[in-house]
Design a protein around this ligand. Sequence first.
Ligand code: 5AD
Ligand code: SF4
Length: 481
Amino acid sequence: MEKNYDRYFAPSLREARKRIKKDIETIRFEFPENLIGLVKNKKYLIKTYGCQGNEADSEKIAGILENLGFSETTQEEEADLILFNTCAIRENAESRVFGELGRVKSYKKHNPDLLLGICGCMPQEERVFNIIKEKYPYIDLVFGTHNIHKLGEYLYDAYLNKEKVVEVFSEEGKIVEGIPTKRAHERKAWVNIMYGCDEFCTYCIVPYTRGKERSRSFADIIEEVRELAKEGYQEVTLLGQNVNAYGKDLNINYTFADLLNDLWEIPIPRIRFTTSHPRDLDDATIQALAKGGNLMPHLHLPVQSGSNRILKKMNRKYTKEEYLEKVAKLKDLVPGISITTDIIVGFPGETDEDFEETLDLVQKVDFEGAFTFIFSPREGTPAAKYQDDLDSKIKKERLHRLNKLINEGYLRGNQRFEGETVKVLVEGPSQKNPELLSGYTEHNKLVNFEGDQSLVGKIVDVKIEKAYTWHLRGIIVENHS
Ligand code: 5AD
Ligand code: SF4
């Protein structure tokens, strides 16, 4: 234990890299009785960055905090606990959080009891952990992705014993079932099906921050989805870094396609999943999607690059041709499916020809949307050491050209619904124009339309009148629920 800390455990890059073959135990979380209602009249604010995995984690954190007696606030000034649930995927995600950590320090002047905490992927990085320790000593609570279930204990020590708590484990722990969850949406739910990642794409920090790939038992997943259906949820999104690898670590001969087929029978209107890895997307999964029903006709299938040379350097384990083949099969068996993707430009050594291959692939697939990024070196990953002498101006130009092409596909993907009647799960008032309602179609298209607040949480028929690049404008036809 380090001096001045009451509870201290630091992450190690070397440990995080290790993959030890062993069975992962599942334990059931019991909320310690002595912690229920521990704090009185205290408010919390969680700031969540990054992917849906973090959003799902924040719901568990909120669940634990509410059991401890906290209530939620959206106002920083009145918070007694501000917790940053962070993302490490690119440098700009990290810089933003460092800026915020500096900014919220001032609230401590007005509220000396204020606790500031950081969790999620950033503290899992050895380098970032050391920066937090050295430059942000006023942060009271530091924990990682593997020990969310211990938050109650940490706050007991922080509040009652006035201790500083720093505990980040590199090695993943057990799968913890039954952590209380305060879901952010009333009709849409995240359901983790697996944790961690074993792919080790050379640019990616996730296998180090989220640990070894481990699947939840299918019985637990099915039970959770059944419960959500009973509670009136309209949509679940199955979460994992590489959902297509579901079950491989369990050695039970039960695959992601088997899971989809089992969930297909549950009376919940919509099932989505993210993220898929093209190499592991198999025929059985495509066949499951082809059954339709509650399995939605949208697939996010990150390709990253269209150049075989770059795909190899990225350790993606598929070629452009193999990717195109899977897309052709998807389009053939699931007519009208919408395919979206992730693309990185400016990977070390990417030539003009490599980039042209990416543009060519984008044209051939006709993606209906994409998240596009400039490569960001992540310390500890192999690609951070690759020679990268491309001018940043060229990288930006490539991103710009790529985005132009992607946006054309986005618009075309929306235009195909003009004049059609589509089913929309109503989420609430539109962010841009609160007079309108907004929601998503089965193909995951954003639709705005006029309607009554009482429709929120329901699936309604909307006739599409006009398509724009980022959304559709429609008129309500009939209420189904
Ligand atoms: N630099 C840029 N983009 C990255 N991604 C992951 N790591 C990096 C990185 N080092 C992108 C990939 C991934 C998405 C979640 O983030 O495209 O699919
Ligand atoms: Fe990162 Fe690749 Fe794992 Fe996705 S599959 S989380 S890009 S290592």
